[in-house]
Design a protein around this ligand. Structure first.
Ligand code: NDP
Ligand SMILES: O=C1O[C@H](COP(=O)(O)O)[C@@H](O)[C@H](O)[C@H]1O
Length: 549
């Protein structure tokens, strides 16, 4: 293909994406006017907090900058702290990424913001908030979106008081966005759901799981159901094991106070990884409508028995005394919010089985850890070994077992979004049937140069404006996810499962890799995926072992 031709293809991809953006923008603007109530108010509860500064305010700005916020929208922050709008924007400044040529627009956006200080449990404060909101928007029927960027301890009173005092007048609608954690276990989650159900319809509740807003998580549905080549083999006949992996190269970074009460299973596995699992494993939905997709996700979760203690490996990180990086020298117990005798896991692997016709016997291995060697999230679909032994006597590269490598489809969620299919090929140029592993590689940074992938929160907040619930968690999904992890959480909380120490910066726990092997997942250690994007920047290749684990 000539350089010109490939340039044209890339341009046309960008044009298509731009065109989708245009359509979305039109929809948002029409949505703002079609109900006869032009204005919207977006409330940020917990406006003084960490999530608000790092994610919510920057996301609102990016949506505004890109024309996705309906005309006439106002933003109101709310928290107990006696602060000002200026202070909020000062705190959030380094996350906003404002370019020089966007300064004027940014100032316009800042002017649409205000802040009200008040408690989380007093009627008069919420009445005051609604009076302020009416004045600011000059319209009592403006649609209202409430983002609860708050600790779960105050969800109860805040949700009740919002419903009592802050609902818009008809025909305005209201939507409540609830951050995870949705409870601490099945019982508390059910209680929270019952509480919310007293004051809101399910239609009004948006339980956010930001992994559902990530490009590659959204792509799973398209990959699975629009490619015959994949949908035919997506079952126990062809697939030997599924690995869903979350790794972070940072520790709790002062959030230990929150984390210690929850641990990695509640923080990441029960929600983000279980959501991914349900999309990877569900049957084909009737349509792309939110309810059809969520019905299928619940159905597959209902086929999963609670995880058994013998299928769990947990660990907690210790400081790496040899590291030059002061953060890596700190272990979990050094975080000032963490009790010195804490046994809360910062690493966990659980093996899940889905008892249905498609998946019986296939292990779904979910692994998550903080303070590891890298930041990465990916899904590995490992296919069964090739039967027949035709190539058994041939040279298969450095594999000590002399066996053919299994095919593996890897969906890299982050960083550097990619899909690559590992397969065997004849070693180029060699005589005979010398075989080596290679890949069909769809690295987004190479294939879709210049295409902007929106941040997960951008997509999800836009979804809430549009009233789309595909990417939000329904109460029955939540209940099922808790049911699956609840018994092992109880065992862990009672300290019945050993917590294995691992050093900050390590690859994970060998005990976890051994357990994955025991369940039939094969780590070969012979393959190198050349991540072209990072290699062009740093000339570094993903190392063999890291690619596997
Ligand atoms: N931070 C993050 O990266 C992520 C956070 N989340 C979730 O988002 C929500 C908010 O998180 P985050 O912003 O980190 O939380 P913060 O601890 O920063 O709390 C947000 C605000 O809530 C108020 N607050 C804090 N503690 C209490 C308390 N004990 N009682 C009453 N009010 C309190 C404070 O405001 P004031 O004192 O002014 O009232 C604070 O600014 C949580 O549910 C969290 O799990 C989810 C994903 C990532
Ligand atoms: O929800 C959470 O997710 C973050 C990781 O999010 P990512 O988008 O950066 O992958 C994690 O650090 C945090 O502990 C957890 O609460």
């Amino acid at each position: 293909m000539t350089a010109n031709k490939s340039h044209t293809i890339v341009e046309s991809v960008i044009e298509k994406v731009d065109c989708i953006y245009e359509r979305l923008r039109d929809q948002v603007i029409r949505m703002g006017t079609s109900t006869g109530s032009e204005s919207h108010i977006f409330f940020v509860f917990g406006a003084s907090g960490d999530l608000a500064k790092k994610k919510i305010y920057p996301t609102l700005w990016w949506l505004y900058r890109d024309g996705f916020i309906p005309e006439g929208t106002h933003f109101i922050g709310y928290a107990r702290s006696q602060i000002t709008t200026e202070k909020i924007f000062e705190n959030a400044a380094k996350y906003m990424k404002v370019k020089d040529n966007e300064r004027d627009l940014y100032e316009k956006f800042v002017k649409l913001n205000s802040y009200v200080a008040g408690s989380y449990d007093k009627d008069e404060d919420f009445k005051h908030l609604t009076n302020e909101a009416n004045q600011i928007s000059n319209q009592e029927s403006a649609h209202r979106l409430f983002y609860l960027a708050l600790p779960p301890s105050v969800y109860g009173s805040v949700s009740e008081l919002i419903s009592k005092h802050c609902r818009p007048k008809s025909p305005g609608w209201m939507r409540l966005i609830v951050e995870k954690p949705f409870g601490k276990d099945l019982e508390s989650s059910n209680k929270l759901s019952e509480h919310l159900n007293k004051f809101y319809t399910e239609e009004e509740i948006y339980r956010i799981d930001h992994y559902l807003g990530k490009e590659m998580v959204q792509n799973i549905i398209v990959l699975r159901f629009s490619n015959q080549i994949l949908s035919r083999v997506w079952n126990r006949d062809s697939i030997a094991a599924v690995n869903i992996i979350f790794k972070e190269d940072i520790g709790t970074q002062g959030r230990g106070g929150y984390f210690d009460e929850f641990g990695i299973i509640r923080d990441v596995i029960q929600n983000h990884l279980m959501q991914i699992l349900s999309i990877v494993a569900m049957e084909k939905p009737r349509s792309t409508k939110g309810e059809d997709i969520r019905d299928e996700k619940v159905k597959v979760l209902r086929c999963i028995a609670p995880i058994k203690p013998e299928d769990v490996v947990i660990g907690q990180y210790t400081g790496d005394k040899n590291s030059k990086d002061p953060e890596r020298q700190q272990g979990y117990l050094d975080d000032k919010g963490v009790p010195k005798d804490s046994t809360t896991p910062t690493f966990a692997q659980v093996v899940i089985f889905i008892n249905n016709e498609r998946w019986a016997g296939v292990p779904f291995i979910l692994r998550a850890g903080k303070a590891l060697n890298e930041k990465k999230a990916e899904i590995r679909i490992q296919f069964r070994s090739t039967p027949g032994g035709m190539f058994d006597d041939d040279n298969h590269g450095s594999d000590p077992n002399g066996k053919l490598a299994r095919d593996e489809l890897v969906i890299r969620v982050q960083p550097n979004e990619a899909i690559y299919l590992k397969l065997n090929t004849k070693r180029p140029g060699e005589m005979g049937f010398s075989i080596e592993e290679t890949e069909l590689d769809l690295t987004y940074g190479n294939r879709y140069k210049g295409v902007k992938l929106p941040d997960a929160y951008e997509r999800l907040i836009l979804d809430v404006f549009m009233g789309s619930k595909i990417n939000f968690v329904r109460s029955d999904e939540l209940e099922q996810a808790w049911r699956i992890v609840d018994p092992i959480l109880e065992e862990i909380d009672k300290k019945k499962i050993p917590v294995i120490p691992y050093t900050f910066g390590s690859n994970g726990l060998n005990e976890a890799f051994d357990a994955a092997r025991k369940h039939g997942y094969i780590f070969r250690g012979t393959y190198v995926w050349k991540d072209e994007r990072s290699s062009s920047e740093t000339n570094k290749e993903v190392t063999k072992a890291e690619d596997k684990k």
